[in-house]
Design a protein around this ligand. Structure first.
Ligand code: GRF
Length: 214
C-alpha cells in the first residue's frame, strides 16, 4: 500500500519532527514525511528536515496581514504537495476554524499533558502544582477549540517526588517521541476512525493508552 503522505508543521526545536522522521525512515513504516513547514525562519527543527532530506518551506506569519492569508498560503503548499495528513509538532500559531474544518480528520497535534487535563501552556508546572501522580502527552485530532479534539494516543509517565519542571518535561518529551510515531502508524494503517467527536481504533473506543515505560 502507498505510504501516507505526511507534512509536519513546526515553529521551534523540532524534536517531535525528528522522532517522526526517524520512524518514517524505518523500512516498512506506512507513512512518509514529504514536507516540513515552519513559520519561524530560524526554527532549529529546519536543520532536522535538511539532514533527513525532507523538503522544507518557510512561511513566516509576519509576511501576512491576516491569519486567513497566512493559512491560505500554507493550505496551498499542502494541497499542491498532495499531503494527506498534517502533523502539528510545536507549531505555535492558532489555526482558524475554517482551516481546521477543511482539514478535519487529517490534522493532528501533540500536546504535553494528559488531556483533558491542562490544555494551553505551562502544562508541567500545572501538573506539579496539582500534585498529579501521572503526567504525559496526548496526540489528538485538531478541532476549533484549542487542545480539545478527539484523542488518538496518550502516553503516561509518573511524576516523581523530586521532579521540577525541566525533569518532568524531559520525561514527558521522551513519551511524546513514542506516542507521536505510534499515532502516525495507526492512522497510516487506517486503523483510526473519527466518528463524530470520538475516535475508534481497530473498532474500539480510543484513545490508545501507552503505559509508563519500565
Ligand atoms: C512539545 O512538547 C509538544 O507537545 C508541544 O510543543 C513541544 C514541541 O517540541 N506542542 P518539539 O519542537 O517537537 O521539540
Amino acid at each position: 500500500m502507498a505510504r501516507l503522505k505526511t507534512a509536519v508543521l513546526i515553529s521551534g526545536r523540532g524534536s517531535n519532527l525528528q522522532a517522526l522522521a526517524a520512524s518514517c525512515a524505518v523500512p516498512g513504516f506506512p507513512a512518509e514525511i514529504t514536507l516540513v513547514i515552519s513559520n519561524q525562519p530560524k526554527a532549529a527543527g529546519l536543520g532536522h528536515a535538511t539532514r533527513a532530506g525532507i523538503p522544507a518551506k518557510i512561511v513566516p506569519h509576519r509576511d501576512y496581514e491576516t491569519r486567513e492569508e497566512f493559512e491560505a498560503a500554507i493550505d496551498k503548499i499542502l494541497r499542491g504537495a498532495g499531503i494527506e495528513l498534517v502533523c502539528l509538532a510545536g507549531f505555535m500559531r492558532v489555526l482558524t476554524s475554517h482551516f481546521v474544518d477543511s482539514w478535519r480528520g487529517k490534522l493532528v497535534n501533540i500536546h504535553p499533558s494528559l488531556l483533558p487535563d491542562f490544555p494551553g501552556l505551562d502544562t508541567h508546572r500545572r501538573a506539579l502544582e496539582a500534585h498529579k501522580r501521572f503526567a504525559g502527552c496526548s496526540v489528538h485530532f485538531v478541532s476549533a477549540e484549542i487542545d480539545a479534539g478527539p484523542l488518538i494516543v496518550q502516553a503516561k509517565v509518573p511524576v516523581l517526588p523530586d521532579d521540577d519542571e525541566p525533569k518532568l518535561a524531559a520525561r514527558v518529551l521522551e513519551a511524546e517521541h513514542k506516542a507521536y510515531p505510534l499515532a502516525l502508524r495507526l492512522i497510516a494503517e487506517r486503523r483510526v476512525r473519527l466518528k463524530g467527536d470520538k475516535v475508534e481504533i481497530d473498532g474500539k473506543p480510543g484513545p490508545f493508552m501507552l503505559p509508563p515505560a519500565r
